[in-house]
Design a protein around this ligand. Structure first.
Ligand code: SAH
Length: 387
């Protein structure tokens, strides 16, 4: 990391909002502990103090939700001022918040460069799940997914991924008390916009902060990463991140799957199932989730259900199946299977001894349900030479 202290603008914190100066060059959010140590040393903090200061800063940032250095009372006053000149702790702006009649909250977030992505909070009786985005847009083009109609604009940085959780906690008033008791965000699913395994390094870095005891302190058992099946990254995801895995299966043969999830042409079903078999840490007590969107007349027959059971047995997979009623959007070429069909499909799998609950659609009235997220951001055209 390079930092030119001389060019740093000596502007302190903004007294009105308490937020740090967004023009300060380096955002502390998303830095690993080692990176933060280095940044502090480069800013003049003595080597022997750097680790301790990093731990202090992490607690202020991730346990208490502070956005300004002013209030970090265990940090010496002149150091606080130095930090404020050189670093920032920023949040994306919430440009729109919609609340569904079922309590689901959808946030449209604008990042520092103006690009936008959505995030969803889904409250339940015994838990609150935050659905976090990994990219602005998506490369994948799954035919039934609204996000897939938006091209990939860019990957989100690690700090921008972590910041989504902090924004939710700001909004839900979760910082007091600062302990893990009484939390409203109890679970995190990497199931928002984007394919997390196509932004592996940033997602990994972000989730390591989420799981860190000095970070957001969330157990890996409460975090799920969903992939459309980026086979070559699955092993590393298990080894290096180690969270629960969900796989967007959606079909039981290559013909149908390649049509609705074009990524299947690159990584066909057999390779995907083999990668699931090899997923580190998957066993009966910690099963992989197969997501299966119910598309009328496409993938919802009794034969499909039986074939799914057969494949799960053939590969001896520790899985549960999550049936997702298709969530409609304008211009979609599919319809949702009838409720009776979904029930029958579920019972065939269930009778084979495999759990197959139907996911209750949440936040449909505000387009917050699975596969309904999208933002207006577009990829910038390359500027023509001389422009
Ligand atoms: N790219 C990752 C993360 C997205 S998770 C992945 O594909 O797994 C979002 C989940 O919702 C995926 O299982 C996706 O296939 C599913 N989904 C997409 N569009 C949907 C729709 N219209 N109705 C229901 N589920 C949908």
């Amino acid at each position: 990391m390079t930092m030119d202290i001389k060019t740093a603008d000596p502007v302190g914190t903004d007294p009105d909002t308490g937020a740090t100066d967004t023009s300060a060059p380096i955002d502390l959010l998303g830095l690993s502990r080692d990176e933060m140590c280095e940044a502090l040393i480069a800013a003049g903090v003595p080597d022997r103090q750097a680790k301790m200061r990093t731990a202090q800063l992490w607690r202020w940032i991730y346990h208490h939700g502070h956005q300004s250095f002013d209030s970090m009372t265990n940090v010496a006053k002149n150091l606080r001022q130095d930090l404020a000149r050189r670093f920032r702790i920023s949040r994306p702006e919430v440009v729109n918040l919609q609340i569904s009649k079922d309590g689901t909250r959808k946030y449209l977030l604008r990042f520092a460069d103006g690009k936008e992505a959505e995030m969803v909070y889904i409250p339940d009786q015994d838990r609150g799940t935050l659905c976090v985005s990994s990219q602005v847009g998506c490369t994948l083009n799954c035919r039934f997914c609204y996000t897939g109609t938006q091209r990939l604009v860019r990957n989100l940085e690690a700090g921008e991924i972590v910041a989504q959780i902090l924004v939710a906690r700001d909004d839900l008033g979760e910082w007091v008390p600062s302990s893990t008791a009484g939390r409203r965000v109890t679970n995190i699913v990497m199931m928002g916009m984007g394919e997390p395994l196509y932004n592996f390094e940033n997602v990994k870095k972000a989730l390591l902060i989420v799981m860190d005891k000095e970070g957001i302190q969330m157990s890996r058992r409460r975090i799920t990463l969903s992939t459309a099946g980026v086979v070559p990254m699955m092993q590393r995801a298990g080894q290096e991140i180690g969270v629960n895995l969900a796989v967007s299966l959606h079909a039981t043969n290559d013909a149908v799957r390649s049509e609705i999830v074009p990524l299947n042409r690159k990584y066909p079903l057999k390779e995907l199932l083999k990668a699931c078999q090899d997923y580190p840490g998957a066993h009966n007590a910690r099963r992989i989730t197969f997501e299966y969107v119910m598309l009328k007349g496409v993938n919802d027959s009794d034969d499909d259900a039986r074939e799914l059971v057969r494949l799960i047995r053939e590969y001896d997979l520790p899985v549960k199946v999550n049936l997702i009623p298709f969530n409609p959007w304008d211009g979609a070429a599919y319809e949702c299977s009838e409720p009776e069909r979904i029930k029958r499909f579920s019972s065939i799998i269930f009778e084979a001894g495999i759990s197959a609950p139907v996911r209750t659609p949440r936040g449909q009235d505000i387009m917050a349900a699975c596969g309904q997220l999208r933002s207006a951001s577009k990829r910038q055209r390359r500027q023509s030479p001389g422009a």
